[in-house]
Write a protein that binds this ligand. Structure first.
Ligand code: NAP
Length: 485
Protein backbone atom coordinates (compact mmCIF):
# COMPACT_ATOMS: atom_id res chain seq x y z
CA UNK A 1 0.00 0.00 0.00
CA UNK A 2 1.36 3.46 -0.89
CA UNK A 3 -1.70 5.53 -0.11
CA UNK A 4 -1.54 6.96 -3.63
CA UNK A 5 -4.46 4.68 -4.57
CA UNK A 6 -6.61 7.16 -2.62
CA UNK A 7 -5.85 9.76 -5.28
CA UNK A 8 -6.28 8.71 -8.88
CA UNK A 9 -5.38 11.15 -11.68
CA UNK A 10 -8.77 12.85 -11.49
CA UNK A 11 -8.17 13.84 -7.88
CA UNK A 12 -4.67 15.28 -8.39
CA UNK A 13 -6.36 18.47 -9.48
CA UNK A 14 -8.13 21.57 -8.16
CA UNK A 15 -11.44 21.00 -6.41
CA UNK A 16 -13.68 23.96 -7.22
CA UNK A 17 -17.46 24.14 -7.01
CA UNK A 18 -17.75 20.38 -6.65
CA UNK A 19 -15.66 19.70 -9.76
CA UNK A 20 -12.14 18.33 -10.10
CA UNK A 21 -10.31 20.25 -12.77
CA UNK A 22 -6.95 21.40 -14.10
CA UNK A 23 -5.61 24.92 -13.53
CA UNK A 24 -6.70 27.40 -16.22
CA UNK A 25 -3.07 27.58 -17.37
CA UNK A 26 -2.74 23.79 -17.48
CA UNK A 27 0.35 24.13 -15.25
CA UNK A 28 1.25 21.45 -12.73
CA UNK A 29 3.97 21.01 -10.09
CA UNK A 30 5.73 17.99 -8.62
CA UNK A 31 5.37 16.62 -5.11
CA UNK A 32 8.48 14.97 -3.67
CA UNK A 33 9.17 12.08 -1.31
CA UNK A 34 11.43 13.49 1.44
CA UNK A 35 12.91 10.02 2.06
CA UNK A 36 14.81 10.13 -1.23
CA UNK A 37 13.83 13.31 -3.07
CA UNK A 38 12.06 11.39 -5.86
CA UNK A 39 8.88 12.68 -7.53
CA UNK A 40 5.68 11.08 -6.19
CA UNK A 41 3.30 12.70 -8.67
CA UNK A 42 2.24 16.14 -9.83
CA UNK A 43 -0.77 18.30 -8.96
CA UNK A 44 -2.44 21.29 -10.59
CA UNK A 45 -0.72 24.64 -10.06
CA UNK A 46 -3.45 27.22 -9.45
CA UNK A 47 -3.02 30.83 -10.52
CA UNK A 48 -4.86 33.89 -9.20
CA UNK A 49 -7.61 33.26 -11.79
CA UNK A 50 -8.25 29.76 -10.42
CA UNK A 51 -8.22 31.12 -6.87
CA UNK A 52 -10.86 33.68 -7.80
CA UNK A 53 -12.96 30.89 -9.35
CA UNK A 54 -12.75 29.12 -5.99
CA UNK A 55 -13.82 32.26 -4.12
CA UNK A 56 -16.69 32.78 -6.62
CA UNK A 57 -17.88 29.26 -5.80
CA UNK A 58 -17.55 29.76 -2.04
CA UNK A 59 -19.35 33.11 -2.18
CA UNK A 60 -22.16 31.70 -4.31
CA UNK A 61 -22.66 28.73 -1.97
CA UNK A 62 -22.62 30.80 1.25
CA UNK A 63 -26.28 31.90 1.35
CA UNK A 64 -27.82 28.45 1.07
CA UNK A 65 -25.16 26.76 3.16
CA UNK A 66 -25.75 29.16 6.06
CA UNK A 67 -29.43 28.15 5.97
CA UNK A 68 -28.81 24.40 5.91
CA UNK A 69 -30.11 22.74 9.06
CA UNK A 70 -27.40 22.42 11.74
CA UNK A 71 -28.18 18.73 12.09
CA UNK A 72 -27.54 18.23 8.38
CA UNK A 73 -24.17 20.02 8.62
CA UNK A 74 -23.30 17.89 11.64
CA UNK A 75 -24.28 14.67 9.86
CA UNK A 76 -21.93 15.47 6.95
CA UNK A 77 -19.06 15.88 9.41
CA UNK A 78 -20.04 12.66 11.16
CA UNK A 79 -20.02 10.78 7.84
CA UNK A 80 -16.61 12.28 6.97
CA UNK A 81 -15.34 11.16 10.38
CA UNK A 82 -16.57 7.63 9.60
CA UNK A 83 -14.92 7.56 6.17
CA UNK A 84 -11.59 8.82 7.48
CA UNK A 85 -11.65 6.29 10.30
CA UNK A 86 -12.52 3.46 7.92
CA UNK A 87 -9.65 4.39 5.57
CA UNK A 88 -7.17 5.53 8.18
CA UNK A 89 -4.44 3.23 6.84
CA UNK A 90 -4.64 4.66 3.32
CA UNK A 91 -4.64 8.27 4.53
CA UNK A 92 -1.70 7.47 6.83
CA UNK A 93 0.34 5.93 4.01
CA UNK A 94 -0.34 8.88 1.72
CA UNK A 95 0.66 11.34 4.44
CA UNK A 96 3.81 9.39 5.26
CA UNK A 97 4.78 9.36 1.60
CA UNK A 98 4.54 13.11 1.06
CA UNK A 99 5.58 14.33 4.51
CA UNK A 100 8.01 11.69 5.80
CA UNK A 101 6.57 10.83 9.22
CA UNK A 102 6.20 7.15 10.05
CA UNK A 103 2.95 5.43 9.11
CA UNK A 104 2.22 4.86 12.82
CA UNK A 105 2.55 8.60 13.50
CA UNK A 106 0.55 9.45 10.41
CA UNK A 107 -2.19 7.14 11.64
CA UNK A 108 -2.13 9.05 14.91
CA UNK A 109 -2.66 12.25 12.95
CA UNK A 110 -5.59 10.73 11.03
CA UNK A 111 -7.19 9.76 14.35
CA UNK A 112 -6.49 13.17 15.89
CA UNK A 113 -7.57 15.03 12.75
CA UNK A 114 -10.79 13.10 12.20
CA UNK A 115 -11.80 13.65 15.85
CA UNK A 116 -12.27 17.34 15.01
CA UNK A 117 -15.04 16.24 12.66
CA UNK A 118 -16.69 14.15 15.35
CA UNK A 119 -16.35 16.94 17.93
CA UNK A 120 -17.73 19.64 15.63
CA UNK A 121 -20.50 17.37 14.33
CA UNK A 122 -21.69 17.49 17.93
CA UNK A 123 -21.15 21.25 18.25
CA UNK A 124 -23.08 22.11 15.06
CA UNK A 125 -26.38 21.62 16.88
CA UNK A 126 -25.34 23.60 19.97
CA UNK A 127 -24.90 27.05 18.42
CA UNK A 128 -27.08 29.42 20.39
CA UNK A 129 -27.47 33.04 21.46
CA UNK A 130 -29.10 34.48 24.58
CA UNK A 131 -32.15 36.32 25.74
CA UNK A 132 -32.06 38.79 28.64
CA UNK A 133 -33.77 41.75 30.16
CA UNK A 134 -31.88 45.08 30.04
CA UNK A 135 -30.53 45.98 33.51
CA UNK A 136 -32.82 49.04 33.65
CA UNK A 137 -35.82 46.88 32.76
CA UNK A 138 -38.04 47.59 29.79
CA UNK A 139 -36.26 46.42 26.68
CA UNK A 140 -35.17 42.88 25.98
CA UNK A 141 -31.83 41.95 24.47
CA UNK A 142 -31.49 39.05 22.10
CA UNK A 143 -28.23 37.80 20.59
CA UNK A 144 -28.07 35.47 17.62
CA UNK A 145 -25.07 33.78 16.02
CA UNK A 146 -24.43 33.78 12.30
CA UNK A 147 -21.65 32.24 10.18
CA UNK A 148 -18.94 34.82 9.40
CA UNK A 149 -19.06 33.94 5.68
CA UNK A 150 -16.53 32.66 3.14
CA UNK A 151 -13.17 31.76 4.70
CA UNK A 152 -9.63 31.25 3.45
CA UNK A 153 -7.62 28.48 5.13
CA UNK A 154 -3.86 28.31 4.64
CA UNK A 155 -2.18 25.25 6.14
CA UNK A 156 1.42 24.06 6.70
CA UNK A 157 3.18 20.86 5.62
CA UNK A 158 3.88 19.39 9.05
CA UNK A 159 0.35 18.14 9.82
CA UNK A 160 -1.10 17.97 6.30
CA UNK A 161 -4.48 16.57 7.37
CA UNK A 162 -5.16 17.69 10.94
CA UNK A 163 -4.38 21.35 10.26
CA UNK A 164 -7.18 21.14 7.68
CA UNK A 165 -9.76 19.33 9.78
CA UNK A 166 -9.21 21.74 12.71
CA UNK A 167 -10.49 24.53 10.46
CA UNK A 168 -12.92 22.66 8.19
CA UNK A 169 -14.75 21.01 11.12
CA UNK A 170 -15.86 24.21 12.88
CA UNK A 171 -16.42 26.09 9.60
CA UNK A 172 -18.77 23.38 8.29
CA UNK A 173 -20.51 23.21 11.68
CA UNK A 174 -20.97 27.00 11.76
CA UNK A 175 -22.26 27.22 8.18
CA UNK A 176 -19.25 28.89 6.50
CA UNK A 177 -17.95 28.13 3.01
CA UNK A 178 -14.22 27.98 2.36
CA UNK A 179 -11.22 28.06 0.05
CA UNK A 180 -8.30 25.95 1.27
CA UNK A 181 -4.69 26.34 0.21
CA UNK A 182 -2.52 23.49 1.52
CA UNK A 183 1.28 23.72 1.65
CA UNK A 184 2.93 23.10 -1.72
CA UNK A 185 5.15 20.44 -0.13
CA UNK A 186 2.20 18.28 1.03
CA UNK A 187 -0.95 18.90 -1.05
CA UNK A 188 -1.97 15.25 -1.45
CA UNK A 189 -3.50 14.68 2.00
CA UNK A 190 -5.74 17.73 1.59
CA UNK A 191 -6.91 16.58 -1.85
CA UNK A 192 -7.73 13.17 -0.38
CA UNK A 193 -9.62 14.96 2.40
CA UNK A 194 -11.61 16.98 -0.15
CA UNK A 195 -12.60 13.72 -1.84
CA UNK A 196 -13.83 12.47 1.55
CA UNK A 197 -15.91 15.61 2.08
CA UNK A 198 -17.41 15.22 -1.38
CA UNK A 199 -18.31 11.60 -0.64
CA UNK A 200 -19.76 12.61 2.73
CA UNK A 201 -22.25 14.82 0.90
CA UNK A 202 -20.86 18.34 1.29
CA UNK A 203 -22.64 20.47 -1.35
CA UNK A 204 -20.61 21.91 -4.26
CA UNK A 205 -18.89 25.21 -3.52
CA UNK A 206 -18.84 24.82 0.27
CA UNK A 207 -15.27 23.53 0.27
CA UNK A 208 -12.79 24.37 -2.50
CA UNK A 209 -9.14 23.32 -2.62
CA UNK A 210 -6.47 25.07 -4.63
CA UNK A 211 -2.97 23.68 -4.79
CA UNK A 212 -0.43 26.23 -5.94
CA UNK A 213 3.20 27.26 -6.09
CA UNK A 214 2.12 30.92 -5.99
CA UNK A 215 0.87 31.17 -2.42
CA UNK A 216 1.82 34.85 -1.99
CA UNK A 217 -0.04 36.05 -5.11
CA UNK A 218 -3.02 33.80 -4.56
CA UNK A 219 -3.36 34.73 -0.88
CA UNK A 220 -3.06 38.46 -1.59
CA UNK A 221 -5.66 38.36 -4.39
CA UNK A 222 -8.18 36.44 -2.29
CA UNK A 223 -7.71 38.73 0.69
CA UNK A 224 -8.15 41.85 -1.45
CA UNK A 225 -11.71 40.69 -2.20
CA UNK A 226 -14.35 41.93 0.22
CA UNK A 227 -16.44 38.76 -0.18
CA UNK A 228 -13.80 36.91 1.86
CA UNK A 229 -14.69 37.45 5.53
CA UNK A 230 -12.23 35.32 7.47
CA UNK A 231 -8.68 34.01 7.24
CA UNK A 232 -7.42 31.16 9.38
CA UNK A 233 -3.72 30.45 9.03
CA UNK A 234 -1.43 27.84 10.52
CA UNK A 235 2.22 28.37 9.76
CA UNK A 236 5.21 30.51 10.58
CA UNK A 237 5.04 33.75 12.57
CA UNK A 238 6.76 35.53 9.68
CA UNK A 239 4.00 34.71 7.16
CA UNK A 240 1.32 35.17 9.84
CA UNK A 241 2.39 38.81 10.19
CA UNK A 242 2.18 39.30 6.41
CA UNK A 243 -1.38 37.93 6.42
CA UNK A 244 -2.50 40.03 9.39
CA UNK A 245 -1.25 43.14 7.56
CA UNK A 246 -3.06 42.01 4.40
CA UNK A 247 -6.30 41.45 6.32
CA UNK A 248 -6.42 45.15 7.26
CA UNK A 249 -7.72 46.43 3.94
CA UNK A 250 -10.92 44.39 3.97
CA UNK A 251 -10.93 43.95 7.77
CA UNK A 252 -11.23 40.19 7.58
CA UNK A 253 -11.44 38.31 10.86
CA UNK A 254 -8.21 36.39 11.47
CA UNK A 255 -7.10 33.35 13.45
CA UNK A 256 -3.36 32.79 13.65
CA UNK A 257 -1.80 29.50 14.79
CA UNK A 258 1.89 30.35 14.53
CA UNK A 259 5.28 29.18 15.68
CA UNK A 260 6.37 28.07 19.15
CA UNK A 261 9.43 27.75 21.36
CA UNK A 262 8.14 25.41 24.05
CA UNK A 263 10.07 25.14 27.32
CA UNK A 264 10.04 21.73 29.02
CA UNK A 265 10.67 22.27 32.74
CA UNK A 266 11.77 19.50 35.09
CA UNK A 267 11.68 20.45 38.77
CA UNK A 268 13.68 18.83 41.56
CA UNK A 269 10.67 16.82 42.81
CA UNK A 270 9.81 15.40 39.35
CA UNK A 271 9.63 11.72 38.48
CA UNK A 272 12.60 11.61 36.08
CA UNK A 273 11.49 8.48 34.24
CA UNK A 274 8.05 9.97 33.62
CA UNK A 275 9.75 13.18 32.44
CA UNK A 276 11.87 11.18 29.98
CA UNK A 277 8.73 9.46 28.64
CA UNK A 278 7.02 12.85 28.26
CA UNK A 279 10.14 14.36 26.67
CA UNK A 280 10.22 11.61 24.04
CA UNK A 281 6.67 12.51 23.03
CA UNK A 282 7.03 16.28 23.25
CA UNK A 283 10.33 16.24 21.36
CA UNK A 284 9.99 13.39 18.90
CA UNK A 285 6.36 13.70 17.80
CA UNK A 286 6.59 14.53 14.08
CA UNK A 287 10.44 14.32 14.20
CA UNK A 288 10.41 17.55 16.19
CA UNK A 289 8.69 19.33 13.29
CA UNK A 290 5.75 20.53 15.37
CA UNK A 291 4.81 23.93 16.74
CA UNK A 292 4.26 22.17 20.07
CA UNK A 293 7.69 20.50 20.06
CA UNK A 294 9.66 20.80 23.27
CA UNK A 295 12.32 23.25 22.11
CA UNK A 296 14.23 23.98 25.33
CA UNK A 297 14.74 21.49 28.16
CA UNK A 298 15.20 23.39 31.42
CA UNK A 299 16.20 20.91 34.12
CA UNK A 300 16.86 21.48 37.81
CA UNK A 301 20.61 21.18 38.35
CA UNK A 302 20.18 18.24 40.74
CA UNK A 303 18.57 16.09 37.98
CA UNK A 304 20.28 17.35 34.84
CA UNK A 305 22.88 14.59 34.56
CA UNK A 306 20.41 11.75 35.16
CA UNK A 307 17.86 13.25 32.74
CA UNK A 308 20.51 13.88 30.04
CA UNK A 309 21.85 10.31 30.27
CA UNK A 310 18.41 8.70 30.21
CA UNK A 311 17.11 10.87 27.37
CA UNK A 312 20.33 10.26 25.42
CA UNK A 313 19.92 6.49 25.78
CA UNK A 314 16.31 6.59 24.59
CA UNK A 315 17.06 8.91 21.66
CA UNK A 316 20.06 6.89 20.46
CA UNK A 317 17.94 3.71 20.40
CA UNK A 318 15.60 5.18 17.76
CA UNK A 319 15.83 3.92 14.17
CA UNK A 320 16.02 6.46 11.37
CA UNK A 321 14.53 5.59 7.98
CA UNK A 322 11.75 5.83 5.44
CA UNK A 323 8.44 6.39 7.20
CA UNK A 324 6.72 3.51 5.39
CA UNK A 325 9.35 0.91 6.35
CA UNK A 326 8.83 -1.54 9.20
CA UNK A 327 10.75 -0.86 12.39
CA UNK A 328 11.42 2.81 11.63
CA UNK A 329 10.87 5.28 14.49
CA UNK A 330 12.02 8.53 12.90
CA UNK A 331 11.42 9.63 9.31
CA UNK A 332 13.19 12.28 7.21
CA UNK A 333 12.79 16.03 7.67
CA UNK A 334 10.74 17.85 5.04
CA UNK A 335 13.57 19.08 2.78
CA UNK A 336 17.27 19.84 2.46
CA UNK A 337 16.88 23.34 3.92
CA UNK A 338 15.40 21.86 7.08
CA UNK A 339 18.42 19.56 7.53
CA UNK A 340 20.80 22.44 6.97
CA UNK A 341 19.04 24.73 9.42
CA UNK A 342 18.97 22.07 12.18
CA UNK A 343 22.63 21.19 11.51
CA UNK A 344 23.67 24.82 11.84
CA UNK A 345 21.88 25.24 15.16
CA UNK A 346 23.60 22.15 16.58
CA UNK A 347 27.02 23.21 15.28
CA UNK A 348 26.54 26.67 16.80
CA UNK A 349 25.50 25.21 20.17
CA UNK A 350 28.59 22.96 20.24
CA UNK A 351 30.72 25.95 19.32
CA UNK A 352 29.17 27.80 22.29
CA UNK A 353 30.21 25.01 24.67
CA UNK A 354 27.38 22.42 24.53
CA UNK A 355 28.28 18.70 24.53
CA UNK A 356 26.71 16.08 22.28
CA UNK A 357 25.32 13.06 24.13
CA UNK A 358 24.07 11.47 20.92
CA UNK A 359 23.46 12.38 17.27
CA UNK A 360 24.66 15.59 15.67
CA UNK A 361 25.75 14.30 12.25
CA UNK A 362 23.34 13.80 9.35
CA UNK A 363 23.81 10.42 7.63
CA UNK A 364 25.28 10.18 4.13
CA UNK A 365 23.01 9.19 1.26
CA UNK A 366 19.70 10.26 -0.25
CA UNK A 367 16.83 11.81 1.68
CA UNK A 368 16.61 14.57 4.24
CA UNK A 369 17.54 12.73 7.41
CA UNK A 370 18.79 14.12 10.70
CA UNK A 371 19.46 11.84 13.68
CA UNK A 372 17.85 12.17 17.13
CA UNK A 373 20.26 14.43 19.01
CA UNK A 374 20.76 15.40 22.66
CA UNK A 375 22.93 18.32 23.77
CA UNK A 376 23.86 19.01 27.40
CA UNK A 377 25.43 22.07 28.98
CA UNK A 378 23.81 24.36 26.43
CA UNK A 379 24.39 28.01 27.43
CA UNK A 380 21.08 29.83 28.09
CA UNK A 381 21.94 32.44 25.48
CA UNK A 382 22.76 29.92 22.69
CA UNK A 383 20.81 30.55 19.50
CA UNK A 384 19.23 27.09 19.65
CA UNK A 385 17.29 28.25 22.73
CA UNK A 386 15.78 31.26 21.03
CA UNK A 387 14.55 29.90 17.68
CA UNK A 388 12.18 27.12 16.65
CA UNK A 389 14.49 24.12 16.01
CA UNK A 390 11.90 22.13 14.01
CA UNK A 391 13.97 18.95 14.17
CA UNK A 392 14.80 16.03 16.50
CA UNK A 393 17.22 17.91 18.74
CA UNK A 394 16.92 18.26 22.51
CA UNK A 395 19.09 21.01 24.06
CA UNK A 396 19.36 20.78 27.85
CA UNK A 397 20.18 23.69 30.15
CA UNK A 398 19.93 23.84 33.93
CA UNK A 399 18.30 26.09 36.54
CA UNK A 400 18.54 26.32 40.30
CA UNK A 401 15.23 27.88 41.42
CA UNK A 402 11.58 27.96 40.36
CA UNK A 403 11.77 31.70 39.89
CA UNK A 404 14.71 31.36 37.51
CA UNK A 405 12.97 28.53 35.61
CA UNK A 406 9.80 30.57 35.05
CA UNK A 407 11.74 33.66 34.03
CA UNK A 408 13.79 31.69 31.51
CA UNK A 409 10.73 29.83 30.21
CA UNK A 410 8.96 33.13 29.58
CA UNK A 411 11.96 34.81 27.96
CA UNK A 412 10.80 34.15 24.41
CA UNK A 413 8.69 36.08 21.94
CA UNK A 414 6.57 32.92 21.51
CA UNK A 415 3.79 31.69 23.77
CA UNK A 416 2.21 28.52 22.41
CA UNK A 417 2.82 25.76 24.96
CA UNK A 418 4.96 25.02 28.02
CA UNK A 419 5.48 21.65 29.69
CA UNK A 420 6.40 21.11 33.35
CA UNK A 421 7.14 18.07 35.46
CA UNK A 422 6.55 18.41 39.20
CA UNK A 423 4.66 16.53 41.90
CA UNK A 424 3.73 19.63 43.90
CA UNK A 425 0.14 20.80 43.50
CA UNK A 426 0.82 24.34 44.68
CA UNK A 427 3.68 24.66 42.18
CA UNK A 428 1.37 23.41 39.42
CA UNK A 429 -1.04 26.24 40.18
CA UNK A 430 1.76 28.83 40.33
CA UNK A 431 3.09 27.61 36.98
CA UNK A 432 -0.31 27.63 35.28
CA UNK A 433 -0.72 31.25 36.35
CA UNK A 434 2.80 32.52 35.71
CA UNK A 435 3.81 30.82 32.44
CA UNK A 436 2.96 33.13 29.51
CA UNK A 437 1.66 30.46 27.16
CA UNK A 438 -1.71 29.58 25.64
CA UNK A 439 -1.35 25.97 26.81
CA UNK A 440 0.45 24.35 29.75
CA UNK A 441 1.05 20.60 30.05
CA UNK A 442 1.66 19.35 33.59
CA UNK A 443 3.35 15.94 33.81
CA UNK A 444 2.48 15.23 30.18
CA UNK A 445 4.26 15.64 26.87
CA UNK A 446 1.06 15.97 24.83
CA UNK A 447 -1.58 18.68 25.16
CA UNK A 448 -3.39 18.44 21.80
CA UNK A 449 -6.99 17.27 22.09
CA UNK A 450 -9.90 18.15 19.79
CA UNK A 451 -12.06 18.93 22.83
CA UNK A 452 -9.55 21.49 24.16
CA UNK A 453 -8.88 25.05 22.95
CA UNK A 454 -5.57 24.90 21.06
CA UNK A 455 -3.72 28.16 20.51
CA UNK A 456 -1.10 30.60 21.66
CA UNK A 457 -0.35 34.13 22.82
CA UNK A 458 2.31 36.68 21.81
CA UNK A 459 4.17 35.73 18.59
CA UNK A 460 2.41 32.34 18.59
CA UNK A 461 -0.75 34.09 17.42
CA UNK A 462 -4.35 34.36 18.52
CA UNK A 463 -7.60 32.47 18.17
CA UNK A 464 -8.36 28.93 19.31
CA UNK A 465 -8.96 25.69 17.45
CA UNK A 466 -10.97 22.88 19.03
CA UNK A 467 -12.94 22.87 22.25
CA UNK A 468 -16.06 24.98 22.78
CA UNK A 469 -14.02 28.00 21.71
CA UNK A 470 -13.16 26.65 18.24
CA UNK A 471 -16.55 27.31 16.65
CA UNK A 472 -16.68 30.91 17.94
CA UNK A 473 -13.95 31.79 15.42
CA UNK A 474 -16.53 31.15 12.68
CA UNK A 475 -19.51 32.95 14.20
CA UNK A 476 -20.54 36.60 14.32
CA UNK A 477 -22.94 37.92 16.93
CA UNK A 478 -25.98 40.02 16.04
CA UNK A 479 -27.64 41.81 18.94
CA UNK A 480 -31.32 42.60 18.60
CA UNK A 481 -32.88 45.28 20.84
CA UNK A 482 -36.60 44.72 21.49
CA UNK A 483 -38.60 47.24 23.53
CA UNK A 484 -41.06 45.40 25.76
CA UNK A 485 -43.95 47.03 27.54
P1 NAP B 1 5.00 28.77 6.33
O1 NAP B 1 6.20 28.92 5.50
O2 NAP B 1 4.52 29.93 7.08
O3 NAP B 1 3.87 28.21 5.36
C1 NAP B 1 2.59 27.91 5.82
C2 NAP B 1 1.61 28.05 4.69
O4 NAP B 1 1.58 29.41 4.27
C3 NAP B 1 1.94 27.22 3.45
O5 NAP B 1 0.75 26.76 2.89
C4 NAP B 1 2.60 28.25 2.55
O6 NAP B 1 2.51 27.94 1.19
C5 NAP B 1 1.77 29.45 2.86
N1 NAP B 1 2.38 30.74 2.53
C6 NAP B 1 3.69 31.06 2.51
N2 NAP B 1 3.82 32.37 2.19
C7 NAP B 1 2.58 32.87 1.99
C8 NAP B 1 2.06 34.14 1.64
N3 NAP B 1 2.86 35.19 1.43
N4 NAP B 1 0.74 34.29 1.52
C9 NAP B 1 -0.10 33.25 1.72
N5 NAP B 1 0.33 32.01 2.07
C10 NAP B 1 1.65 31.83 2.21
O7 NAP B 1 5.15 27.64 7.42
P2 NAP B 1 5.63 26.14 7.21
O8 NAP B 1 7.08 26.15 7.07
O9 NAP B 1 4.80 25.47 6.17
O10 NAP B 1 5.17 25.49 8.60
C11 NAP B 1 5.95 25.54 9.72
C12 NAP B 1 5.47 26.60 10.68
O11 NAP B 1 4.10 26.37 11.03
C13 NAP B 1 6.23 26.57 11.98
O12 NAP B 1 6.56 27.86 12.38
C14 NAP B 1 5.23 25.94 12.94
O13 NAP B 1 5.46 26.26 14.28
C15 NAP B 1 3.95 26.47 12.44
N6 NAP B 1 2.82 25.64 12.91
C16 NAP B 1 1.99 26.15 13.87
C17 NAP B 1 0.96 25.40 14.36
C18 NAP B 1 0.03 25.94 15.39
O14 NAP B 1 -1.07 25.41 15.54
N7 NAP B 1 0.39 26.98 16.13
C19 NAP B 1 0.74 24.10 13.87
C20 NAP B 1 1.62 23.60 12.89
C21 NAP B 1 2.65 24.40 12.42
P3 NAP B 1 3.76 27.27 0.42
O15 NAP B 1 3.80 25.88 0.86
O16 NAP B 1 3.43 27.42 -1.01
O17 NAP B 1 4.98 28.04 0.82
Amino acid sequence: MTGLDLLDDKHRALYIDGTWREANSGDRFDVHDPADGSVICSVADASVTDAMDALDAAAAAQHDWARTAPRERGEILRRAFGLLTQRADDHAHLMSLEMGKTVAEAKGEVTYGSEFFRWFSEEAVRIHGRWMQAPAGGSRMLTIKKPVGPCLFITPWNFPLAMGTRKIGPAVAAGCTMVIKPAAETPLSMLALAAVMEEAGLPPGVLNVITTKHSGDVGAALMADDRLRKVSFTGSTEIGKVLVRQSADELQRVSMELGGNAPFLIFEDADVDAAVDGAMIAKMRNMGEACTSANRFLVHESLAEEFGDKLGARMSALTLGRGQDEGVDVGPLINADAVQSVSELVTDAVHDGAKLVTGGTPPEGPGYFYPPTVLVGVPAEAQINSVEIFGPVAPITTFSSEEEAVERANSTEYGLVAYAYTKELSRTIRLAESLDFGMVGINTGLVSNPAAPFGGVKASGFGREGGFEGIEEYLDTTYVAIPAG
